[in-house]
Design a protein around this ligand. Structure first.
Ligand SMILES: [Fe+2]
Ligand SMILES: [Fe+2]
Length: 285
């Protein structure tokens, strides 16, 4: 039976972050080497990176570190096979982490999409229906409406009406509906408590839920929801009619354990078959 490509979820790389215990770039070097050694052929995999690729967008060296990391992951393997690498921004990609700065939005788009005027959501259909089942990946910028200086607050996220409307449209596109599976990915954690995580939650998570519920009511199923931001890493399966709901933790290992999660087979309802590979325990790199 035709299978979808396997999904490697990375998040919160925080390239450039270092203290006396953790150097995220060192941890990420190990992660990258492990992936390239163990995840072959590369054409069987999609790597989804849900934001905070760097730690501080004001530091050009961190953009360079991230460009190099993505470029190496995107290179061809020994037989010309390549990973599909998908990225979206986190709050640290637009500044220091608090009060994201709009001037970095076109910088991010230029670096990763080669188009400073690109508009989210980012829709990418992966798989040609002949060698791999088609999957529609829909990436959101969960900072977009939080960039408004009149109501921005610390590391909160807000997707905004414009982008949510475009998400509604994207889910109803004929080519997206024709896919066997759909995956939505964003940076901010949509199930975080506004009380316990003040300044770190997704303000319009209720509106996002409505969009996904309405689509589900029309039979447009989302099969996985991937995100990061809180550096936690606990799955939240079966929320909002979505069977796979993954907080990817903090792959760079900033103050917490570094691990990656691999969805080996999106068509398998048994989430226990998804794989976790641990790289640090949170105390050293
Ligand atoms: Fe982060
Ligand atoms: Fe974040």
């Amino acid at each position: 039976m035709l299978k979808p490509k396997k999904i490697i979820h990375l998040t919160d790389l925080h390239l450039g972050y270092e203290d006396d215990k953790i150097k995220c770039a060192v941890t990420l070097e190990r992660v990258k080497t492990w992936i390239m050694t163990n995840c072959t052929p590369r054409s069987d995999y999609v790597i989804v990176i849900t934001g905070d690729l760097i730690d501080n967008a004001n530091v050009q060296a961190q953009w360079n570190l991230s460009a190099s990391f993505i470029q190496q992951l995107s290179e061809s393997g020994p037989t010309g096979d390549k990973y599909e690498v998908l990225v979206i921004p986190g709050n640290h990609d637009y500044g220091t982490g608090s009060n994201a700065d709009p001037k970095f939005v076109p910088v991010f788009k230029q670096q990763y999409f080669n188009n400073p005027n690109f508009e989210y959501p980012r829709v990418k259909i992966v798989g040609n229906g002949t060698t791999h089942e088609k999957v529609a990946f829909i990436g959101l910028d969960s900072n977009e409406d939080e960039l408004n200086p009149s109501d921005h607050r610390l590391a909160d996220g807000e997707i905004g009406e414009r982008q949510l409307g475009e998400l509604e449209n994207a889910l109803r596109r004929n080519d997206v509906k024709a896919c066997a599976y759909r995956v939505v990915y964003l940076h901010h954690h949509p199930f975080e408590s506004p009380i316990f995580k003040f300044g770190h939650w997704l303000k319009d998570r209720g509106e996002l839920k409505d969009v996904l519920y309405d689509a589900a009511d029309e039979g447009i199923k989302v099969d996985a929801l991937l995100f990061g931001h809180n550096h936690g890493g606990k799955p939240k399966h079966n929320k909002w009619h979505i069977s796979r709901v993954y907080d990817g933790g903090v792959t760079g290992g900033k103050r917490k354990p570094s691990f990656i999660r691999i969805i080996e087979d999106l068509s398998d309802p048994d989430v226990d078959k998804d794989k976790v590979v641990q790289f640090t325990d949170g105390t050293h790199s």
